[in-house]
Design a protein around this ligand. Sequence first.
Ligand code: F6R
Length: 655
Amino acid sequence: MCGIVGYVGDRQAAEVLLSGLARLEYRGYDSAGVAILHDHGHDHNHDHDVDADDDAGNGNSNSNGNGALTLRKSVGKLAALREALDAEPLSGSVGIGHTRWATHGRPTVANAHPHRDCSGDLALVHNGIIENYASLREELRREGHSFLSDTDTEVIAHLIETYWNEQDTKQPTGSEYVQTSQPGLRLAAAVAAAMRRLKGAYAIAVMHRDEPGTIVAARKDSPLIVGLGQDENFVASDIPAVLEYTREVVILHDDELAILSADGVTVLNTCLEEQEPELLHVAWSLEAAEKGGYEDFMLKEIHEQPTALRETLRGRLVDGVVQLSELELDDAEIAGLNQVFIIACGTSYHAGRIAEIVMEVWARIPTEVQASSEFRYADPIIDEHTLVVAITQSGETADTLAGVREARARGAKVMAITNVVGSRVTREADGVIYTHAGPEIGVAATKTFTSQIAALNILALKLAQSKGTLEQRVIEDIYDELSSLPELVANQLLHQDEIQACASGDCCINACTSLFLGRGIGVPVAMEGALKLKEISYIHAEAYPAGEMKHGPIALISPEVPVIGIATNAATYEKVISNIEEVRARDAQVMLVGTEGNEELRHYAEHVFYVPEVSELLSPIVATVPLQLLAYYIAKARGCNVDQPRNLAKSVTVE
Ligand code: F6R
């Protein structure tokens, strides 16, 4: 979710890179950097890196032969990078730039991109996550490479260096060893060879001092486009970065590489065979382009859930073993835990309520959830045998941070689950599980919520495996099913017509209050649906365990009150239906979230939002998606600003 920009042409690359990166600022970042290949004959030739904030250089620059490849990097906003470039300008018309949103390693200058190889001749920027970076780094270290950052990205630079060097020494044995003078092809061959070793998601842009005038870009599971200009070309992670210069773009596909020079762009597959590029003329405004063509960030982020879930779940089961080294507890220590205590606020609290059920069923460990604002003053019964899990997408929520301190003061081990690398909770907790959902700009949490659920599922599986409460086969089946969720959610998102039609009906738009009902794991799903609706549409919404309704809330029911029931396949399905019949008998307008194929639901509701069939404990992710969309479309129909609802902030840093 970081930003990539690359430029090759006649202009000063630094300017183009800065303006392009500024267009990607909306994605969020915590450090930035550029690499520029110095043109011969220009004044500012630096023999060493000049980093804006500290002296954490990243390889040596070379000033003999071709022009020097020089980096500028800074922590914080682009203004800091601009200042560094103003103080010591870099001239050159080929360059790559990056805004980094930390995933591996804190936001520091050393971890900021671009990264270089040992020779300092190659510079690279990367978006995504390399799953096998630890083993690759080990292998490269043994071969004599040294690393200057904590990032997974730096591994790619050194891997490409290896294949680049092999082309000097090895006889050609295939397409990866290219003996040709076509500019950029040698670098492309080295990149293609490296791609075959990488597991995970990446979009990269690479330049090499010995391939002046070219940039090689490549992607797998992470977006990358090429902008086509007149005697200049661009590469970027997102269209807004190039819109100032061109509206003609090439969409790169997975496992494709592009060689860019000022004269043209060649798209190749990893066997270096030329591909027909997918051309697109962009007619959107800049604002629409920032939102990826969606009307709002919230809608974009709802649609990013498949990708976010994939990132959260990536590489979490290897050879049957649940991978959660972040927990830093061995099996004996896990066996010594006598409870899990979850603290969180708002939507994160709802993720905690879902996890409470899952932890108890899978890991058979007593689990309690409390709002952080209550926990901190509640004199909680916790000690060194308690695992406290603090869930906060922003990592900055004041009450949750206070809860973390309180828990640690009482001797508990605290794991944070957050989406923001380097946020405060990561400094205060004993360990951190990152959700890797990418920056969330809409104030209402959507993709961070479903990613939290996925991360908590992995934590529950880990505890279950260590405690031996689930059979190995069951763990593998659950992980397989979890891994199928991104695809299922992607399919769900293709079919929103029923939700949109329902949301624009009078019953929804003009409602003053609404009731969300569920049972079991459907209760926190209902709570999240109600929170989404009230916070962005300003319609009052109350969530209740369906069986409790007759003890009070049923008094609210009237034809004007929409009732939204969670009626997916579950042990309590029949009970939910009985409760729905009770509200229908009082003429409520009913909408149900139900499992695909269950046609009988149409007898009980005006609208049914079908979700794919999954096991009951994994159903919250698929059941939440229609509720997010319902809230979104109702709020839009009422003319609300869904991205910035009144009175709310993305991180709540005060008590
Ligand atoms: C709701 C929402 C808030 C947050 C809450 C906690 O859409 O975004 O309820 O969930 O403020 O925030 P974090 O997760 O950052 O601690």
